[in-house]
Design a protein around this ligand. Structure first.
Ligand code: ADP
Length: 316
């Protein structure tokens, strides 16, 4: 993980020009740039720390930022977006990530042009299941192989990014800590300040206990979105044009349990054929298991990965 100066980065991104801006999120703004060696990068610039912050607090936050960076720069997996560098100067906190040319899964599934381009996500179920498997492997790595384990806390389709060859990678793990929002001495590293409505584990609120099973719940919502093509919270267009919001879980789980999954499949993808029928049914079933209200009833990520591997193999 490389340390950059503010001057280096300003030069790369044209002093953080609007034209270079590709998004904004909870951490701050995201800019697209190219390193001198030709590598494309996404530069995330945090909102500036408040100038009124006491010096002591700022010092602690800087120390936390650096120690988390050390941790995150050691995390390395083909299904996690790599952190390439950082810059911490004059109250700025900037992170440099590998650039993901096909952007966020969310935009492919639910964006304005969803389904109209050449996205493989609309040509076959196999492509969708591969995205699910890639993302599951990324999360499994965070839970099982990262030292200390990392609970992501904000798994959702806008944090699943797609590479040039459509490999899916999970992003934004550890960000709340490096942004200084909730640094703690907990042996488990967590990210995301509060999660996102529609993806948050209801049991977390009841027990106030953070475990890997909350990520499994959020991942289950993502699986149900991939199967149905619906958003986590979907606004049905009723005849009056208003419609009431409906949760993808309420929409999908009864059909999965009743064996009627053909009624809920995303109709923008050609209907599954042959072994695909079983593969998609299996994925819908894992999705339903991941969103069980009780954490203990949910599978762990390694089981989810094993099931998805089986489903992808069936499609081949
Ligand atoms: P959020 O807090 O909503 O997850 P982020 O700050 O992570 O948002 O990113 C906002 C948007 O910027 C993403 O939805 C994505 O379109 C884009 N983006 C973020 N990181 C990258 C990256 N590494 N490569 C390409 N685009 C990215």
């Amino acid at each position: 993980c490389e340390e950059f100066t503010l001057k280096d980065l300003s030069r790369l991104t044209n002093a953080f020009a609007e034209e270079a801006k590709i998004g904004s999120g909870s951490f701050g703004s995201v800019y697209r740039a190219k390193l001198p060696d030709g590598r494309e990068v996404a530069i995330k610039r945090a909102e500036r720390a408040s100038t009124g912050a006491r010096r002591r607090r700022r010092f602690d936050a800087e120390r936390a930022f650096r120690s988390e960076l050390r941790l995150l720069s050691r995390v390395n997996h083909r299904n996690l977006v790599s952190l390439l560098g950082f810059c911490e100067e004059r109250g700025e906190r900037i992170l440099v990530f590998e650039f993901m040319p096909h952007g966020a899964l969310h935009d492919h599934l639910h964006g304005e042009d969803a389904g109209s381009g050449h996205s493989p996500l609309f040509s076959s179920w196999e492509a969708r299941l591969r995205v699910a498997l890639d993302a599951a492997r990324g999360v499994e790595y965070l839970h099982c192989y990262a030292v200390p384990p990392i609970i992501h806390r904000d798994i959702k389709p806008s944090n699943i990014l797609l590479d040039d060859d459509w490999t899916a990678k999970v992003s934004d793990f550890g960000l709340s800590l490096v942004s200084g929002a909730s640094a703690s001495a907990s042996p488990t590293t967590t990210s995301g300040t509060a999660g996102t409505v529609g993806y948050m584990d209801p049991e977390y609120y009841r027990l106030q206990e953070l475990t890997e099973r909350s990520d499994v719940y959020s991942f289950g919502v993502v699986l149900l979105e991939l199967v149905t093509g619906r958003k986590a919270i979907h606004r049905d267009q009723s005849q009056e044009g208003s419609g009431s919001p409906r949760n993808v879980i309420e929409f999908a789980v009864p059909a999965v349990e009743g064996g009627n999954i053909d009624k809920i499949l995303d109709s923008r993808v050609p209907a599954p054929r042959g072994h695909e029928v079983e593969a998609v049914a299996r994925v819908a079933k894992i999705g339903a298991e991941c969103v069980r209200p009780r954490g203990r009833g949910r599978p762990v990520m390694s089981e989810v990965v094993a099931e998805l591997e089986w489903a992808v193999t069936l499609c081949e």
